[in-house]
Design a binder for this molecule. Structure first.
Ligand SMILES: [Zn+2]
Length: 219
């Protein structure tokens, strides 16, 4: 039996088990989706959005890319964000990075991988921006520190997108969060406290950078 055949079998069993618990589950979902959450995370196979936050199909709208990068020029990410905020009217947008991120690691160590080198250009730019602070961190913690800084920077970018700014301008109660996930322990941590339209993004961003600097460099 092939591995892919196993997947199809798994699917039949999963759907049957769910239908046994809630006979109209799929019928209800087929009529509409009303998720309260939008998740922007990394492609890493160890960080599956639904499982780690304990949500069922229909409960979280998801966009994933390598190293959870938010760039206003990325039409894929911006389309998902706009649909989530403007159409689905999600209440929370969660930017979630993770420790040991391969994309961040490639940028830190300058490893060449081909096309991905262009994708992680944003992370290389973040590295340059925080060069002085990164130089103070112990070498063995550099990737972890950069993973956290990446969450802060991408969350900041997210708050500055047209979609989020316009949602806040029209009074939409959407909140933005910056989290990091530990592959080693399965736990999420808040890197940036909840940001909504009443909060000064710049202040939150600077405070998060200061906190992470203290955590890794003690200064
Ligand atoms: Zn990753």
């Amino acid at each position: 039996m092939s591995l892919v055949h196993d997947l199809l079998q798994n699917n039949r069993q999963w759907a049957a088990a769910l239908k046994l618990e809630a006979p109209d589950f799929f019928l209800k979902l087929s009529k509409q989706q009303k998720p309260l959450f939008f998740w922007i995370g990394c492609c890493d196979s160890r960080v599956p959005a639904n499982q780690i936050i304990g949500l069922m199909p229909g409960e979280v709208f998801v966009h994933r890319n390598i190293a959870n990068i938010v760039n206003s020029a990325d039409i894929n990410c911006m389309s998902a964000l706009q649909y989530a905020v403007d159409v689905l009217q999600v209440r929370h947008v969660i930017l979630c990075g993770h420790f040991g991120c391969g994309g961040v690691q490639a940028a830190v160590h300058g490893e060449g991988h081909g096309i991905i080198d262009y994708w992680i250009w944003d992370i290389k730019a973040i590295l340059t921006r925080h060069e002085a602070m990164l130089a103070q961190a112990p070498a063995e913690r550099l990737v972890d520190l950069m993973c956290e800084i990446n969450v802060i920077e991408q969350t900041y970018e997210l708050c500055r997108t047209k979609v989020i700014r316009e949602a806040w301008q029209r009074g939409q109660p959407v909140r933005v969060h910056g989290w990091i996930y530990g592959i080693h322990d399965g736990l999420l941590q808040e890197v940036i406290p909840e940001v909504d339209r009443t909060v000064d993004v710049e202040t939150v961003y600077q405070a998060a950078l200061t906190a992470v600097t203290q955590k890794y460099t003690g200064g």
